[in-house]
Design a protein around this ligand. Structure first.
Ligand code: GDP
Length: 425
């Protein structure tokens, strides 16, 4: 049985917490896309952790964590992240890395930074983790799969050939210091020794696990609106963020994904540039940012202040649809207890017409939010464990959102901790 946990919005919906919680009853947790460019914040008995590359199941003894072939594998980063856990008394997790995962090269990080610098004010607001150059190379067929590290001769030839093309850009477009292919080759040999204990054919492993009816979780990064096809292109990430891609990025059949738990945030937040129709500014935004998430809304990877907004039903319904959501986990609802009333964006006005359908980017740029307002509940809902015990106005807010999403809300998260969850069905 495979379940996917994915985001309906711009990321930072609280997927890490939901994954950490569901990992308790799972055997295998898989990362299937992205790299170290986004992070999950997890609070559990060991403390507070920001994970970037490791799946959120690493805190349990009984789970196996898989880095699938779809991931941008930053090897030294992964090793550092593992050390950051073990140095804080988390037992060494069981990690398997796909032999088909591609390696994030040192020059991907450099090229990401050089390109952002070149674009100046027109930049994508990249986290400079090398993700866009990495996926560009993967599809241009000049990337390096992990298994290539174990063929020294082939590796060396390929490094020299790829570096030659990279150096043309570095010298003539970016005017920076050229790469030394020998140095990169030696670095890759170091990477090989670091990653060797974890490498296997994870697709074979998962095939067997499926036969044995193991409980498998696919953990998505970012959200629907950052998907390269269905998101706010070009202000998107460079690998698919949708549950369906989980099959490819993990190496399992698509029909095995039976449940798509889509995480929806009770208000909106986004990091980086791009269209955001229900964005709010000034004091109103500062107040929500300060109260949001766990100790304020700042990016888990970059520390950047997140952009804030009211709940956007148009974007979230679309976000659920493109994920193929079977159920919704509504998160960070506790944060909204201070408001007298809660605006909810229920339509976009574009060229004088109101639509409920999320449009393509050039129309999105013209969209103005159409709001309705719901009454606030004016109290702290943390600690409540039963749905019926939530204040009436809070339940009304949830039920309003559920109707807008057209997907059942089965879980309501009312605090950052592992067990701060209200199950509905
Ligand atoms: P992810 O990338 O989707 O896992 O999201 P992040 O971890 O970047 O951001 C979610 C933030 O909200 C983290 O700081 C979580 O600890 C926090 N969080 C998650 N669920 C809740 C919740 O229900 N209430 C509150 N107050 N914080 C939450």
């Amino acid at each position: 049985m495979v379940r996917a946990i994915v985001g309906a919005n711009w990321g930072d919906e609280g997927k890490g917490k939901i994954t950490d919680m569901l990992a308790e009853d799972s055997d295998i947790i898989i990362r299937f896309q992205g790299g170290s460019n986004a992070g999950h914040t997890i609070i559990n008995d060991y403390g507070k952790f920001a994970l970037h590359l490791l799946p959120s199941g690493v805190f349990y003894n009984h789970t196996t964590s898989v880095i699938g072939n779809g991931v941008a594998l930053n090897i030294p980063y992964l090793i550092k992240e593992l050390e950051s856990l073990t140095s804080r008394n988390v037992p060494m997790p069981k990690i398997l890395v796909s032999d088909r995962a591609q390696i994030l090269m040192p020059y991907h990080i450099l090229l990401d930074a050089y390109e952002e610098e070149r674009l100046g004010g027109k930049s994508f607001g990249s986290t400079k983790s090398g993700i866009a150059p990495f996926y560009s190379d993967k599809y241009a067929k000049i990337g390096f799969q992990v298994n290539e590290l174990f063929d020294e001769e082939g590796l060396k030839d390929k490094v020299y050939s790829v570096v030659e093309t990279k150096n043309v850009l570095i010298e003539h477009l970016y005017h920076k210091e050229k790469l030394d292919p020998e140095e990169i080759y030696q670095t890759l040999l170091e990477y090989r020794d670091m990653i060797k204990p974890f490498v296997c054919d994870t697709s074979v492993y998962l095939h067997q696990a499926l036969k044995e009816n193991k409980r498998i979780l696919l953990e998505g990064q970012l959200g629907s609106l950052k998907d390269p096809d269905f998101g706010i292109y070009p202000m998107v990430t460079s690998s698919p963020t949708l549950a369906s891609y989980g099959a490819i990025g993990a190496g399992i059949p698509g029909y095995e994904i039976k449940d798509v738990i889509t995480v929806v945030k009770a208000y909106s937040s986004a990091v980086g540039a791009g269209e955001f129709v229900s964005e709010i500014f000034g004091e109103e935004a500062d107040e929500l940012r300060k109260r949001g998430g766990d100790g304020g809304e700042f990016g888990a990877t970059t520390g950047r202040p997140r952009r804030m907004g009211w709940f956007d039903a148009v974007a979230s319904r679309y976000g659920c649809r493109v994920q193929g959501a079977t159920e919704v986990a509504l998160t960070v609802l506790d944060v909204l207890g201070y408001l007298d009333e809660l605006p909810v964006c229920i339509g976009y006005e574009i060229d004088g017409e109101v639509t409920r359908d999320f449009p393509t980017t050039h129309l999105l740029k013209k969209a103005k939010p159409v709001y309705t307002t719901l009454p606030g509940w004016k109290c702290d809902i943390r600690g409540i464990t039963k749905y019926e015990d939530l204040p009436e106005n809070c339940r009304k807010y949830i039920e309003f959102i559920e109707k807008e999403l057209e997907v059942p809300i089965t879980m309501v998260s009312n605090g950052p901790g592992r067990h701060e969850i209200i199950k509905r069905k």
